[in-house]
Structure formats: structure tokens, C-alpha cells
Ligand binder design. Sequence first.
Ligand code: GLC
Length: 536
Amino acid sequence: MKEGNFLWWHRAIIYQVYPRSFQDSNADGIGDLTGIVQRLDYLQTLGIEAIWLSPIFPSPMADFGYDVADYTAIHPIFGTMEDFDHLLKEALQRGIKILLDLVPNHSSSEHPWFRESRSAKDNPKRDWYIWKDAREDGSVPNNWLSVFGGSAWEWDEATAQYYYHGFLKEQPDLNWRNEELVEAMLGVMRFWLDKGVDGFRIDVLWHIFKSESFADNPPNPGFAPHMPGYDSLLTVNSTDQPEVQDIVKRMRNLTDAYKDRVLIGEIYLPYEKLMTYYGRNNDGIHLPFNFTLMGINWDAQTIASSILAYEQALPPNAWPNWVLSNHDRPRIATRIGEGQARVAAMLLLTLRGTPTLYYGDEIGMKDVHIPLDEQQDPQGLNMPELNISRDPARTPMQWDSTAQAGFTTGKPWLRIADDFADHNVEKQEEEVNSNLSLYKKLIRLRQTSPALLYGAYKQVYIDQQLLVYTRELMGHGGFLIVLNLSHEPATFDIPSEYGGNVVLSSTGGTYDWKDGLLKLPADEGLVIHTSTHLQD
Ligand code: GLC
């Protein structure tokens, strides 16, 4: 891709705000839109150019907003449509784009569409959802399972049929084979795009089509008892059907009718399948989320080979992207520890492709232990034995050392980390070596360095501890990134052509570099400016 062809979302850093937990402005203990406005200056200073808001629509909150009861309104808990318009305006003034969460796979069972659909078999909206007769013995239509546990089929007494729900029974799946439903959902997209939102993160995009055969899913040979029951089957018939590609194209066409908008897809699939969502001719989703770094073993070999495999799998002209954490998985600092989380930040912000940050990761927030009687996430509550509640990764943002970490003056909806007085934005803003300072430096460096934004990725060296790569762009010089992905000191003989100077250290700089030999302490990452290399 030529430099002039880059768009804002190639350059931007996307920041995920989990609205319930970002900033409360009305003391109800739940974050809201006005709260987000209050923190826009912070995000601007951080160097964020786009925020993705997890769902803010009316919802019974069975799955914390991913059960939408009205796609074109705002949940009163978060504010009003005026508050949203205000947020859009204030964000725009600061050069920050707003992305919404589109949840097309399922609605809430409280959505008027579903109420109508379930009211009678001959209701015009019956076919907007997925209804099936029982088998002869009265049992469920097939063996498909819900991600949140148990069968994916729920019996409806009144109309004597089952409906399908890939998630909670309060989240009935919509029928994307019904053209009226498709039009309605595309209308939802137009509604928000007309308002000026800059795009969508599309929830569970690979789920929206199910095989027309409704054949049983086969057993998963790799299933182990510590896994959720959902993983006992290979979802070959219930997800990732070829028909999804037509809808992806229609979503893209619709979006292309507006200027400069972006579609990001939530898709958990192996690379070869993930890549199909870019579309045959880059006419699909702009950024199918790449969750590699959230799922792999954190060691140099695995990380290096995953990056190469991803880079190689990308279709021509497709733009890469990287994610470290989100609201569904344990936070990066919990998964790999504080020291490595800083190395991970360096990796995220020096890789080729759009980075997405999860709120709080920039201050090294960790998962907070939530006692069972305070847990709220249905995933955790439905499968308590598996310890997979998502609450720990969704706790309130830690802003300062005042009561409730500056998040609320009321009682927070989820408890706040015990050590918030030591780990918060205000404190870290003053410390030169804090997690936040590291993020700020990395972001500034990335955003002002064409080589880091657009340059090629080239692996230079790899061993059991180290991953070394360059990011270089013709005419702009380049960077050598040396990451010690282990908790032990490491050494690296820097090839002479990569001479330069260290511009950033993840620990604050206790490395030793003499006569070409670089000695790195444990958990150290360095960005070296190789200004003399590749000048033209
Ligand atoms: C996505 C969301 C998750 C939600 C699920 C069902 O995976 O990220 O939070 O529970 O979809 O909508």
C-alpha cells in the first residue's frame, strides 16, 4: 500500500471503553456517557484517536448490554440520545472517532421483534428468529450448544416450538436468511452512520449464519474436562457458514456509501478462515479482529511464529491489527505478569497494524478477584466450577487515590481493586517510569514514526528468550525492536548494520550495550532507532 493511501484507521490507536466501568457522572455506581465526555481529555493526551464503546443501548442487561432491546436508542443508565450527541461532538473536537458495538447475531428476548415473533406461529416476525419443531420424542432439534452452557434450544410453551440461542436464552438468535430482518439491521447501521458515528465493532460476526441443514455438530476430539461444555463439539454447522460473506459485503457496501468509516469484526477463528472476512477483494470487514496475542502461550518462539503466520496469511492489501485484552478475557497483566505486560505493550505498539487497547491496560490494571456472591457475569455464574467469570476484567477504571478511585461517588457496580490508591492514572501520570508513561511514550513514538505506522515487519532473530525484529520504511529509516520475553537476563549480538540509539526501554533502562553486545535484564524490551539503515 502506498503512503498516500492510508486512512485514519490504519494509523489510529483504538481504545475500548467498557461504559459501565469507565466513569460515572451521576453517582449510581455505573459509568455513563457524560462520564466518558469528562475523560476525553485524558484519552486525547494519551494519543487515542478512536474509542469503541461496548453496547450502550436499552437492554435488560442479562449479558451486560449484549442483549439489545432497542438498536437505535440509548439505555437510560448510560444517558440520553442528547448525551450521545454531545459525546460525538466533544470527541470530534478532540479528533477522536466513535465506534459503536453492533450486535447483529441476537437481540434481547425483550426486544419488540422477539416479543412479536414468539406471540404466534403466524406472526409476520416469526421468521425473524430461528424456530424449530421438537423431534418426535419431544427433544431439542439438534445437539447444538450455547456458549454460556447447556443446549442452545429453548422450548416456548405457548407456541410449542424451540427457538435457537447461541448465547443466553435471553439472547435469541436472529434469522439472517430473512430479508426483512437483514434490511432492518442494515437500517440500524444507517441510523448510527447518519448520526456521524465512525463505524462499528461487530459482535460475534462469524455466528450470524447457521447451516440450513441444522445437522448435529460433530464431537471435538481436542475437548478436555477443564473446558466449557460448548467446546465439546466442533461448531462446523452452527458458525462460519459461507453465506456470512454476502452479508459482510452488504455491510461493507453500505458503509462505503459514507466517508471514512470502518468495520471491525469480532471473529475467533484460525487464520485461514479469519482472512476470508477481509472479503475476496478487500470488500469485506476492514479489520477482522486478530486475537492471537490473547490466546497464545507467552514465549518468544510461539509469539514469533504466530506473528509470521499472521503476516503471511494476510491477503494482499489487507491491513493487520492486534489486540492484547478485551472485556471477555483476563487482562494482559494478569495473564503474563506486570513486567511482561510492559514488554507486551511495546510489542503491541511496534507491530504492523492497528492496535486496540482495553481501558485500564495502560495503567497495568489487573483482574480483580470478585467473590462468588458479588459476581454478575452470566458466563461465570452458569459455570462456576470453571472459574471463567468475566467480571474480574471489567472492574472500574482506577483514576485517582480518592474514594472509589475517582470512578464514582456512589457504590460501584463491581468492586474496585484493593490497591487502587497505588495504581491509578493520577499517580502514574507523575511517575516517569510508570506503566502509563511507558504507554504514552510508545504511543507518541508510534504516531510520529512512519516506519512504525507503515513500515514492513521483518524478523531478525529469535531464540528461547528473545524476539528481535525491524520496522522499516523506505525513506524513513527504521527501528530495531529487541524484546526479552522471559523473566531471565538475555544477551543479543546486534548485527553491525543495526547500529543506532535506544529510544525506549520498557523497564526504564538497565541494559548494557557495549561493542555490539546487548545485555538485557529480565522482562526488558528496547526500541532502537536505526536511523542510518534503509534511508532510501
Ligand atoms: C461477544 C461479546 C461478549 C458477549 C457475546 C454475546 O463475544 O464480546 O461480551 O457476551 O458476544 O453477545
